[in-house]
Design a binder for this molecule. Sequence first.
Ligand SMILES: C[S@@+](CC[C@H](N)C(=O)[O-])C[C@H]1O[C@@H](n2cnc3c(N)ncnc32)[C@H](O)[C@@H]1O
Length: 224
Amino acid sequence: MTLDSVVPWGRTLDEYRRMFNLTESDLRKRILGVGDGPASFNAEMQQKGHYVVSMDPIYAISAAEIASRIEQTYDTVMQQVKANAANYNWTDFQDADDLGRQRMQAMHHFLAGYENGKQSGRYRVDALPVTSFADQSFDLALYSHLLFLYSAHLSEAFHIQAVGELLRIADEVRIFPLVDLTNQCSPFLNAVLADCQRNGFQTELIEVSYHFQKNSGQMLCIKK
Ligand SMILES: C[S@@+](CC[C@H](N)C(=O)[O-])C[C@H]1O[C@@H](n2cnc3c(N)ncnc32)[C@H](O)[C@@H]1O
């Protein structure tokens, strides 16, 4: 599967819990959702009384504009998912149409609370590899579906700088998945691991129960 650019596509709290092995105690931490885009993670966490700050360059635009971008890219994404259905494990979703329905539900949930969330600072316009957050602003930074996945679009230097930046602003970083858009292990994983180890950070590859994309059942956990 290849996409010309990063598409607005959002997952749920349940998916975040499984991608990142989030425990109840993790949910009470100061969490930064990196590149959360139109995921419903932040909105669902708020409804449960937890506080997440999500950062994404897409938050520079309005709810109506994000909704329109979702609409513009939705058919292309669905066509690619259907054409490459064999690349996915169809256990959580019955088929591509079921996936599409659930994704749209999550994204509408996000859109419903987006403008309020932006005003209250839950949605922040920022982008890796350099952000405006102060050192150690968060206990845990979660990054799903950009780093490693978009290895064909983002360089090794970008990956290393982005991970270094996340470790400046958070004590722990978890990244999922570790495969690229062709389901192969990212060519940059070893370089990121080596750089973390050189800087004295602890790294661990951890099995998770979320593996919709084939070959993608691991996350990278990095601690200071
Ligand atoms: C495929 S979406 C994943 C959304 C969400 N993390 C999820 O898994 O449901 C990737 C997101 O990364 C965001 N993104 C792109 N470039 C970024 C950057 N330099 N820094 C932070 N986020 C970025 C995009 O705007 C998009 O919302």
